[in-house]
Design a protein around this ligand. Structure first.
Ligand SMILES: NC(=O)NC(NC(N)=O)C(=O)[O-]
Ligand SMILES: [Zn+2]
Ligand SMILES: [Zn+2]
Length: 503
């Protein structure tokens, strides 16, 4: 994980800064440098801790005791909204002091480790609050070891694991305990957990928020960051969708807990394809998931949000721009609603998806360029608050192009490692700033997850989670650089043809 441009200065320190889990170096510098090309350094803190009384963390162990980040030149540490020259002092995983200007490290602390960021940008580590790590139960789809390694390679220092596709789903405290056991010792970055709302677990919600139930081991010392529910079939039978009554009950239970309920916002509107529609064409799938499904679902969320007033609600992976006016109105009325979208909705184009290429299938679907422009406008205006991956991998046979058609293939895009370079490529072409990208990918996801006072910014007292990267360098995503388990991603193809990510 060495900045190719300045590959010498901090080699020694960088090697020491590698992700360590239980004192075993888990990623060789060669692997990182090969896979990370121009993202030069991810530094996360050392100790297990509950940064928020209700949040569970697995922190990658690091032997860094004191580190000073000092750019040799250039004004490129993101403090607040500004890229400025600064010297950042880190002690035991916390940012203890930010000195304006580039100072001699000796003058700021008697530490041994100085990491020179060179002329790279130093940004708060990315917080990806929408990742499906399907362990336990479907670890062959994706596990903590591979997902968090890919995340670290993409500048992510905190990910929040979704409550489904693992078996069991995270819908009870004992299932959360199983998640903890599965994650323990395998996390290269910090990991938190979403709980799930399903029809029969309303009595599990408060225990999942607070501290579990008395008879459980102290291991479940904390709870989930929030909850996810589906208003349509989730793709896996063991995580059933909910009706309005279930959501009503759940929101009542969550009142006053400070938690948040996130919605997969699509409802069925019987838009089944014509009998003679070709399932191997993307168009067939796209027409089966019209924007109306999202719009109707978000109208329902708005109704429930108004009824329950102060319980935070969140729309995950918005694709249909048609729903933006409903969202804007609800936010203007002051309701605590947040909205995310994903790199694939912002950068991939329905009109160019080839027949059979089911790596592009996800729910809701990738739509056309006109819709995409409206999503970018909504991001700029703050109607959409954050960008997260919705990394939803599976084994290759469930995506098999040709054999698996769009109607039967698994729905989910794998991209956890590539969000930052992909978004930066488009954002910079639109005249947007690194500060905008950091707000969308670090600060706001941290706030959604209840971590806004310790993560998502470079600020004194915050966790020392950084991504140091080179926004002017060019690179391509190649098969060999993909670290998530099944190496399927739509970006590989797009990379080699029209879609050249510059990061
Ligand atoms: N079970 C899933 O992983 N579903 C996910 N699948 C997508 N997005 O296609 C999701 O987030 O809805
Ligand atoms: Zn979803
Ligand atoms: Zn998802």
């Amino acid at each position: 994980m060495i900045n190719i441009r300045k590959s010498t200065v901090h080699t020694a320190n960088t090697l020491r800064a590698q992700a360590l889990v239980n004192d075993h170096s888990v990623i060789s510098s060669a692997e990182f440098s090969q896979s990370r090309k121009n993202i030069s350094l991810v530094v996360t803190s050392t100790q297990l801790k509950s940064v928020n009384p209700h949040v569970t963390y697995y922190r990658s162990g690091r032997n860094l005791s004191e580190v000073v980040l000092r750019p040799e030149s250039g004004n490129r540490i993101l403090i607040g909204n500004e890229l400025i020259p600064a010297t950042v002092v880190v002690v035991n995983g916390k940012i203890t002091k930010i000195h304006p200007g580039v100072l001699d490290p000796i003058s700021v602390c008697d530490c041994g480790n100085v990491i020179n960021a060179g002329d790279s940008v130093v940004m708060p580590g990315i917080v990806d609050s929408h990742v499906h790590v399907n362990e336990p139960g479907r670890t062959e789809w994706e596990g903590f070891w591979t997902a968090t390694r890919a995340a670290a390679a993409g500048g992510i220092t905190t990910l929040i694991d979704m409550p489904l596709n693992s078996i069991p789903p995270t819908t009870t405290v004992s299932n959360l305990l199983e998640k903890h056991h599965a994650a323990d010792g395998k996390c290269h970055v910090d990991v938190g957990f979403w709980g799930g709302v399903v029809p029969d677990n309303v009595d599990d919600l408060q225990p999942l928020v607070e501290n579990g139930v008395d008879d459980l081991q102290p291991l479940v010392e904390n709870g989930v960051v929030g909850f996810k529910c589906f208003l349509i079939h989730s793709g896996v039978d063991e995580f059933p969708s909910v009706e309005e009554t279930h959501v009503d009950e759940a929101l009542s239970k969550l009142k006053g807990t400070g938690s948040v309920l996130a919605f997969h916002a699509e409802v069925d509107c019987s838009s089944n394809p014509e009998n003679d529609a070709n399932p191997n064409e993307y168009k067939t799938f796209l027409e089966s998931r019209p924007p109306q499904m999202e719009k109707d679902a978000i109208e329902l969320v708005a109704k429930l949000c108004r009824k329950h007033g102060d319980v935070r609600c969140h729309i995950v992976h918005l694709s249909a721009a048609d729903a933006i006016p409903t969202i804007a109105k609800l936010k203007a009325e002051g309701y605590p609603l947040t909205v995310e979208t994903c790199p694939h909705y912002l950068t991939l184009n329905a009109d160019t998806i080839s027949d059979n290429d089911t790596t592009f299938k996800c729910c809701p679907p990738i739509r056309n360029p006109e819709n995409q422009e409206k999503l970018w406008e909504a991001l700029k205006e703050g109607v959409i608050d954050l960008i997260v991956s919705d990394h939803s991998p599976c084994v290759a046979e469930l995506k098999q192009p040709g054999v698996k058609d769009f109607m039967s293939a698994w729905g989910g895009i794998s991209s956890v490692q590539f969000g930052l370079p992909i978004i930066w490529t488009s954002a910079k072409d639109r005249g947007l700033s690194i500060s905008d990208v950091s707000r969308w990918m670090s600060r706001n996801p941290a706030q959604l997850a209840g971590l806004g006072n310790t993560k998502g910014q470079i600020q004194e007292g915050y966790d020392a989670d950084f991504v140091v990267w080179d926004p002017e360098a060019d690179t391509l995503i190649e098969e060999s650089s993909i670290l998530h388990r099944n190496k399927l991603t739509p970006y590989k193809h797009r990379q080699l043809t029209e879609f050249k990510a510059v990061w």
